[in-house]
Every structure is written in C-alpha cells, then in structure tokens.
Design a protein around this ligand. Structure first.
Ligand SMILES: Nc1nc2c(ncn2[C@@H]2O[C@H](COP(=O)(O)OP(=O)(O)O)[C@@H](O)[C@H]2O)c(=O)[nH]1
Ligand SMILES: [Mg+2]
Length: 416
C-alpha cells in the first residue's frame, strides 16, 4: 500500500514539474517574440508528443533514435513524427546523465538561404546518427520569422533548463562533435560518427516540415496574396513571376554588375510574350520584384510599369517595402529593435513569396533565391538563372562566381 502511494506521489510530482517546465518555456517564447506559437506545423504531432511526455516512468538510459525500416526511401514526415516523440523523451529525462545525451547543435553563420541549406544537413545528420537536434538560431530568435518546431529545439533554452536540479544537456565543450557551425566540412567529427539510421528522404519534404513561416510572417505573405488575388480561381488564371536580383552591394562578393537589372526585365518580357503567344490569349502577369538593393528594385519596378505595360502584355508589379536586411548583419543591440525585426520578417516573407511564384528569374550564385525556389512551387524548367554580365570579363570587385551555364536562359533570347 505504502509503495503504491509512493509511486502515485512520484507520478504526480513528475507531472507537476513537467507542467511548470512547459509553462516556463511557453511563457518565454511568447514574451520574446510576442508570437503565441510553441509547436510546429502539425498540432497532431504536438499532441502526440505531449501525450508521450505524460507517461511517468521512463528508464534512465540513453538510447539513440532508431527508425526501423527496410525501405530505401522513407517519407520525412513519418520519420520526423517518431523523432519528435523520441527527442522529448530523451531530452526531458533528467535521470539520464547529461554527458550521455548525444546531440547535434546547429548554429547558422550566413544568410537565410545559405543557412537553411546548412541546417538541412544538420537535420539529416541528427536523424542518421540518432542524436538530439538543437538549433542555436542567430542573430534573432527562430520564432521571429519561423514557426516553432514540435520539440525542444532551442539550444540556449535547453542549455539553461533544469529538471529536478539536473542539467538536461551538458555545456558545449563536453562534446565538441556536437557543434555544427554552418555547412559541414570534410574534417568535421560528426562525419566520423557511425550512421544508425541509413535513411533517404526527399529534401523538399524535410525543408517544408522544418521551415515554415511564423504567424507574423504568414500574415505578411497572406496580405500580399489576398491583395493581389480575389480568389483561388483567380490565382489559377494568373502567372506569378518572380524577379530576384541579388547585387551583393556593400558585401565582399559581387553577384551582378551595375545595370544588370535590365536583363531581368528583358528576360521577363520575352518569356511573357512567348507564353502569351503559345496560349493564344491575353494573360495576366503579376511580377514579384525583390532585391538586396533598393535602387535596383525601383528601376525594375519603373521599367515594368512604364515600358512593358504599354498594351503588349498586362503586368501588375508586386513589391514589399523596406524588406532588405542582411539577416546576419543585424544584432539584438541594433538601435530600433522593432523596426529591424519587421525588416527581418519581410525578408522571410520574401523568401516564402518567392516560393509561391510559378516562374522565377534568379540571380546566378545567390543561395537566398535558390533556397526559396527549392522549397517553392515552380517546376525546375521554370526556374531560370541570370549571370553577372561581367562574369567572363573584368568585374568591379571580387566575386567567387563563374558564369551560369548558359550565361542567360534561352527564354531571354539574349545574343551571346
Ligand atoms: N529581403 C531580401 N533580402 C535579400 C534578398 N537577396 C538577399 N537578401 C539578404 O541577403 C542574405 C543573403 O543570404 P544567403 O542565403 O547567404 O544568400 P547569398 O549570399 O545571396 O548566396 C539573405 O539572408 C537576405 O537577408 C532579396 O531579394 N530580398
Ligand atoms: Mg551569403
């Protein structure tokens, strides 16, 4: 009788600690970004995972994540659903000594597109080596632009979390293999860790599951779409084309030369005229224009409005004001925090809006546009790359880029 009462007391005690702990985490998330989201895409996943957490007696033994499957290719969502439950069970178990818990801690060190690519490798490695994934997102909290994931992914929160006065994970120096900063290099110790789960899944599925807009970013995306399209049917009858011009101005790498924006306008015009001719009817084109350079963007918007909209084709131009900010060149200390956060959200919104375009003209070599396109709806044959006009000559400043092959897409009809 005494033992049963003791067990009930233990269960109650454990549940109480868990509830307090979850409340603290949630409150922290809400107060930091004023986004009332703490769980990712699938509320079913959250629900399932927290049900698992309510199971009282978990053995105090570290077990890596193991996904049993004989299939060569697996659906990412299926593996991820199991991983989320396993992650919570292992991470929250304060009886497992922290040095036994093996992890992969991803820290970005570049712009958004680049970092999303690097993160995807971090996710794959964590799943394949059966380790706990944590994300040390910088310089702003993950939830400023992205939806919270359905497990305890926030590295700093995990590092500071205590359960029964026990650290849930150890400080970083205890397992140097765990730290992954940006892209993995050939010598990284994580590559020497044996694969437990020999899994192959679709890259797009993984990115779509992990990288989703935060509520505020979704709101920006929705307001652009609803201001442009009256209905879903209307959306189907319109070609949404993205022009993504990355100049690299103010940075060490040159992506385009001054004046190269004219090629984007020319390419679009040729594409639009061709497309309309093939369909043999008038088409409504909406052109979403983005750039890291405000003057470039203004020039293109003016060109589209003045020159192209002269009867040959019908074009509506879409832009987001005040959108550019290099996400890694801002810090929490930067003066007007609110304004910077808003700009960051617009940059994220542009990333997701690029993904909604049917046709894209991207700057060759820029990972921002490419990562957005990979996540998006445009078919591969509708994603075109435009090179720096001086990629085969003398550039104004340094560039690590060669020309794209071909230098300009065939649809541009630009003589070489
Ligand atoms: N808003 C906005 N930001 C951009 C654009 N192009 C580049 N950026 C910014 O520049 C950063 C560059 O990102 P990165 O992924 O390193 O791509 P890359 O340097 O162009 O290869 C992004 O994170 C954005 O902050 C753009 O068209 N719109
Ligand atoms: Mg970059």
């Amino acid at each position: 009788m005494y033992i049963i009462r003791l067990m009930c007391y233990r269960v109650f005690h454990f549940t109480l600690i868990l509830c307090v702990f979850t409340l603290i985490c949630n409150a922290k998330n809400i107060s930091e970004d004023n986004d009332s989201e703490t769980c990712g895409e699938s509320s079913d996943l959250c629900e399932q995972a927290s049900r698992e957490n309510r199971q009282p007696s978990q053995p105090a033994v570290w077990k890596p994540f193991v996904y049993e499957s004989k299939a060569k290719w697996v659906a990412f969502q299926t593996v991820f659903a199991e991983y989320v439950i396993w992650h919570r069970r292992m991470y929250l178990n304060a009886d497992i000594p922290c040095h036994e818990k093996k992890s992969v801690v991803f820290t970005p060190n570049a712009g958004l597109g680049d970092s999303i690519g690097a993160l995807s490798t971090g996710v794959s490695i964590a799943l394949k080596t059966g380790r706990l994934l944590f994300i040390n997102w910088k310089p702003y909290n993950w939830t400023v632009g992205l939806k919270a994931l359905p497990f305890d992914y926030d590295y700093l929160a995990a590092l500071n979390a205590l359960n029964n006065n026990n650290a849930l994970i150890c400080p970083e120096h205890s397992d140097p293999a765990a730290q992954l900063s940006g892209h993995i290099t050939a010598e990284h110790p994580l590559l020497k860790i044996p694969t437990i789960n020999d899994l192959n899944f679709a890259y797009d599925d993984m990115i779509r599951a992990i990288v989703q807009p935060s509520t505020k970013v979704q709101h920006i995306v929705d307001s652009v779409i609803s201001s442009q399209f009256e209905s879903n049917n209307d959306r189907k009858n319109v070609q949404l084309v993205g022009l993504v011009m990355r100049t690299g101005e103010g940075e060490y790498n040159q992506f385009l030369s001054p004046g190269d924006e004219a090629y984007f306008v020319k390419c679009f015009r040729n594409y639009a005229v061709d497309y309309q001719q093939k369909l043999a009817k008038l088409v409504k084109f909406k052109v979403f224009v983005t750039s890291d350079n405000i003057e470039t963007k203004i020039k293109v918007v003016n060109e589209l409005n003045n020159q192209i909209n002269n009867g040959e084709i019908h074009v509506d131009v879409i832009t987001l004001d005040d959108s550019f900010v290099h996400v890694m060149h801002v810090s929490e200390k930067n003066g007007k925090k609110k304004t910077v956060k808003e700009k960051i959200r617009k940059t994220y919104a542009e990333y997701f809006l690029i993904g909604k375009c049917n046709v894209l003209f991207l700057t060759h070599g820029s990972l921002f546009g490419r990562a957005a396109a990979e996540r998006g709806i445009a078919d591969e044959q509708n994603v075109h790359f435009i090179s720096d006009s001086k990629c085969d000559g003398k550039r104004e400043k340094y560039s690590y880029l060669k020309c794209h092959e071909p230098k300009y897409p065939a649809v541009c009809n630009i003589p070489l």
